[in-house]
Design a protein. Structure first.
Length: 121
């Protein structure tokens, strides 16, 4: 389950960076159907795998603040990703959104490694 979780996380981040790159070079490939559907599927399973892992390891986000912070950071990453690819209307906004999303990724990876909350608790 842990390996599946990490694989899905790497896939999610790689796909986001790939789609951002395609958008920056105004590539038509961005319209491909699989690129529109797979991120939703992967992000959904990433969350499910994370929750399953937490349940299996008896980790409760109400007690483990790093886990609560990680779940919130995942939603922030998904939203900033959505902003970058859909809402941002010009290149500077898209680049800013991308940097924001990468900041959340850095927090998530740090939380995964240290299991210590940075902001909560
Ligand atoms: C982009 C998002 C995410 C990334 C990059 C990520 C990354 C990781 C990594 C690298 C590990 C292994 C840490 C280690 O064993 O040293 C891990 C473990 C774990 N993750 Fe995630 N994760 C993400 C999202 C989530 C979410 C949303 C949840 C909860 C719903 C979650 C729950 C867990 C749990 C419970 C573990 C096991 C911790 C332990 O072994 O004590 N993760 N994650």
């Amino acid at each position: 389950m842990k390996h599946l979780h990490i694989t899905l996380a790497v896939l999610s981040i790689a796909l986001f960076i790939y789609r951002f790159t395609l958008m920056m070079i105004a590539s038509k490939k961005l319209d491909r159907k699989w690129l529109k559907i797979s991120p939703h599927v992967i992000d959904t399973f990433l969350l499910i795998a994370g929750i399953s892992l937490a349940v299996k390891l008896h980790l409760n986000p109400m007690e483990q603040m790093w886990l609560a912070e990680k779940i919130l950071a995942l939603f922030a990453y998904i939203f900033t990703g959505y902003y970058t690819l859909k809402l941002a209307r010009n290149k500077p906004m898209q680049i800013l959104g991308f940097l924001g999303a990468m900041g959340w990724v850095m927090l998530i990876v740090r939380l995964a490694m240290t299991r210590e909350a940075m902001f909560f608790g």
